[in-house]
Design a protein around this ligand. Sequence first.
Ligand code: DNO
Length: 353
Amino acid sequence: MIMTMRWFGRGFDSVTLQQIRQVGYVQGVIATLYDSTPGDVWDSGKIRAMKAEVEAHGLCLAGIESVNIHDDIKTAAPGRDRCIENYIETLRRLGEQGIDMVCYNFMPVFDWTRSDLAKPRADGSTVLSYDQEMIDSIDPDDLLGSMEGKANGFVLPGWEPERMAKVRQLFALYRDVDEAKLFDNLVYFLKAIMPVCGKYGIKMAIHPDDPAWPVFGLPRIIVDLPHLQRMLAAVDDPHNGVTLCTGSLGSNPANDIPAIIRALKGRIHFAHIRNVKHHAPGKFDEAAHLSSDGSLDMLAIIKALHEVGFTGPARPDHGRAIWDETAMPGYGLYDRALGAAYLSGLWEAVTRG
Ligand code: DNO
């Protein structure tokens, strides 16, 4: 396992590469061109500059999160083939520079969804949380406003304001897209990109739906082991793999994460490791990484990753906001650094027996 942290790029992130380097427990970062919009072909010069900047700080660029997928691809709209061609060209440009892991998601309209980005805890820290009852009472049109209100001035990943300004149009685009169609559209996309992934050795790592059930009546197709296996079997190529996100899959207590890891042996290309605390069905908080703070057994998860011979990048996922840090919700330096230290400790213990 290569321990990494996510970095949104200079100007988009409150955390610097030097700070990440000083965490000491991480070897690399997972970055992106944060100002790209889905459907764009990424500029080779910008990719080169991003990689050079990361490497100049003594870190490796261990992958991209995310190259986002245009809604025309997800809905099979007339522009889909054009968007896929652009995606292939972006992959080619990443591959030419030796970047070999790309995380993406296939969630309709909204990427990850939370009802609160700063829920206070007894110790004065705050966490991201989800409450289905609250989500059910929100008009999807108002969700961006309520998310942005607590985003500390940062653009949230997957919540591009230009795209979100058209929420109604986006919903209309998905009107006839049910689970079966969304799945077919994913398979169509994957089949089209596999040749370029094969050529450059790029491992595609789909991110599970977060939370792991339909939200606002929109279909979700990457929610549990059977859905993951169906996706992997439909395009049975080692370059078609998964981001094992313990927090997203773990939003549903029925998902047995260590069992999922064992079942996906060889197809996990990236791991997001964080804990969640379940309160009731459809109601959870993002906890500290420590097992005893949440509902997931982090040691069992690390053991399972070791058992399947996982060698890819992993990152601590969303952290709590602690020590008065102002950062993008979930992506402050302090609690993610604690997470990296804790997960590295578990990994060392497990790998050294
Ligand atoms: C949120 C992230 C997601 C994730 C994308 C992957 O913090 O986990 O935005 O990066 O779904 O494409």
